[in-house]
Structures are given as structure tokens and as C-alpha cells.
Design a binder for this molecule. Structure first.
Ligand code: UTP
Length: 286
């Protein structure tokens, strides 16, 4: 079955980005010249996704407004003769079919995905965590959809991390089956380096069969009282195969001020419009 739907989870409090996130969703922070959430939506579109299901919550209205049409703004730009900007704004609101579900309590990533169950229905779907920005030639999700179609089983994105960082991630026990593709033998949540079965860490992209929703239903609250997706994936792994795709390109964790600054530097330097000037400026600063 084709992967047509993507769930983008944007309901978290973003505590690592306080105080900014007191009154503004972190997903609306700019990365060079677009909000983070737009990168997630564009990656979905460029991976063949036809419907985006955005999980939001209280205080996240700015995301919904962002992808909506603003007739007042369009009228204003038209009157001012700003034709290029007007076209850009119209294209933005016509990007893709987006529907919104609200997570009423921040009970974890597993619960956020479960909130979308009625719209996901009984078909495979993608999950994108918008604070993980992956800059690659082929969109990461597109490569994962290809792996899903080839092996007919769920796929998680993984990235090789340093040994001391295994304690920050879910780590897989891999069995190599192809270039950048491993079958997952087991999963360990945040292991100490000595106990880690590899250095391949699960990051924010998934392609999952709908049975994950039953697994989430069966998942008991874990650390911090949250329904952890990794716990549900462990249940699922007892019932069906799962694969890991080692991402290409560079991943930025924009969920913290330092990660967000690094992403802005790196992507800013790569930008045709701002790169040359920014490079000169940084050289001067250093
Ligand atoms: P994080 O672990 O980064 O949590 O969530 P967070 O709330 O966004 O940020 P911190 O850790 O407090 O700084 C990973 C992803 O899961 C979503 C987040 O929006 C993010 O995309 N999420 C998390 C939810 O949608 N709901 C939740 O209850 C928790």
C-alpha cells in the first residue's frame, strides 16, 4: 500500500526552548527565511505525501494560521503592487491538504500520534518530528518510503551518534541487509555507552504500519508518565519486522537554542541569497 499520509507532531511544550515557547510555538521559529514547520511540510510533499495530519495543542494556533489563506494580506499586497510576494503567499496556502487534530494533554509522542488515529485509518503512514531538520539531496522521508516499499515493513530513520550520546536516544541492534538499511533486531531506550548494542540512534522520521496504533494503545506510561513511541515500537517489533534507514546528509536538532543557532549558521552559509554576505560577516567576527 502506498504511503499517502504524514503525521507531523507539533504539540509538545518545547521546554528546552523556554522562555521563547511560553507564547510561541517552537515550530514557528525561523530557519534562515522560513519557519521550521514549513521544512517538515515541504519534506512530506517532496516525498509523495498527499495529506498532512498536524498534531497541535493549546498555544499552537500560529501554525494553523500560517498555512491558511489570508485574504486581507492578499488584498493588501495586491493593492501595493507586490505581485511576487502575493504569488508566494497564495502558493504557501495551497501547498498541500492539511488537517489538524489537537492533543489535549501532552502525554508524549506516542500519545500525540495516537491522537491522529481516526484520520490515519488503516493504512501505512509517515511521522515527522519537525524539530529534526534533515538537510539532504534526496528528502530523508522519500528514501524511507522507498525502503518501506521494498521490504513491506516499518522503517525508522537512524543516525550514527558518538558513544557518549547513546544515553540520549533510542538505540537499535542492527543486522545489515543493504546499503544504509538494517533490520532491527531489538531496541534499547537511552542506554549507557557500555550497554548500547550499536551507535545507531533513532531520530525524527518514521514510516509505520497502522498496527503501531494498537501497540500504542497497549503501551503503559513510561518515563515522565508519557506514552513513549519507543516502548510501542518494542511491542510492535514482537509482532512484525522493522527496518532502519541510516539518514544521508545532515540532521539538526533545532529543539534547543544551540541546535537552532547551528542550523541557522549552516543553512544560512549554504543559502545563495545570504551565504556570501554571512560568510564575510562571520570571518570578521572571528
Ligand atoms: P520533544 O521530546 O522534543 O518534546 O518531542 P517537546 O515538548 O517538543 O520539547 P522539550 O523536550 O520539552 O524541549 C518530540 C516531538 O514530539 C512532539 C513534539 O512537538 C516534538 O515534535 N510531542 C511531544 C507532541 O506532539 N506531544 C507530546 O506530548 C510530546
Amino acid at each position: 500500500m502506498r504511503v499517502r499520509k504524514a503525521v507531523i507532531t507539533a504539540a509538545g511544550y518545547g521546554t528546552r526552548f523556554l522562555p521563547v515557547t511560553r507564547s510561541q510555538p517552537k515550530e514557528m521559529l525561523p530557519l534562515v527565511n522560513k519557519p521550521l514547520i514549513q521544512y517538515a511540510v515541504e519534506e512530506a510533499i517532496n516525498s509523495g505525501i498527499e495529506q498532512v495530519i498536524m498534531v497541535t495543542a493549546m498555544g499552537k494556533r500560529a501554525i494553523e494560521d500560517y498555512f491558511d489563506r489570508s485574504f486581507e494580506l492578499e488584498y493588501f499586497l495586491e493593492r501595493k503592487g507586490q505581485a511576487v510576494l502575493l504569488k508566494q503567499m497564495q502558493e504557501l496556502s495551497a501547498l498541500v491538504d492539511i488537517c489538524y487534530v489537537r492533543q489535549k494533554e501532552q502525554l508524549g509522542l506516542g500519545n500525540a500520534i495516537f491522537t491522529a488515529r481516526d484520520i490515519v485509518g488503516n493504512e501505512p503512514f509517515a511521522v515527522i518530528l519537525p524539530d529534526d531538520i534533515i538537510d539532504s539531496v534526496v528528502p530523508c522521508l522519500k528514501s524511507m518510503v522507498n525502503v518501506y516499499e521494498r521490504y513491506g515493513a516499518g522503517v525508522l530513520a537512524v543516525e550514527k551518534v558518538s558513544s557518549e550520546d547513546t544515553r540520549k536516544y533510542g538505540i537499535i541492534e542492527p543486522a545489515r541487509v543493504g546499503r544504509r538499511v538494517n533490520r532491527i533486531l531489538s531496541l534499547v531506550e537511552k542506554p549507557e555507552p557500555a550497554r548500547a548494542p550499536s551507535r545507531l540512534a533513532i531520530v525524527g522520521r518514521y514510516v509505520l504500519n497502522p498496527e503501531i496504533l494498537d501497540a500504542i494503545r497497549a503501551t503503559k506510561p513510561g518515563k515522565g508518565g508519557e506514552i513513549q513511541l519507543t516502548d510501542a515500537l518494542e511491542i510492535l517489533l514482537d509482532r512484525q519486522k522493522l527496518y532502519a534507514f541510516t539518514l544521508e546528509g545532515t540532521r539538526y536538532d533545532t529543539g534547543t537554542p544551540l541546535g537552532w543557532l547551528k542550523a541557522n549558521m549552516a543553512m544560512g552559509l549554504k543559502s545563495q541569497e545570504y551565504g556570501p554576505e554571512l560568510r564575510k560577516y562571520l570571518q570578521k567576527l572571528l
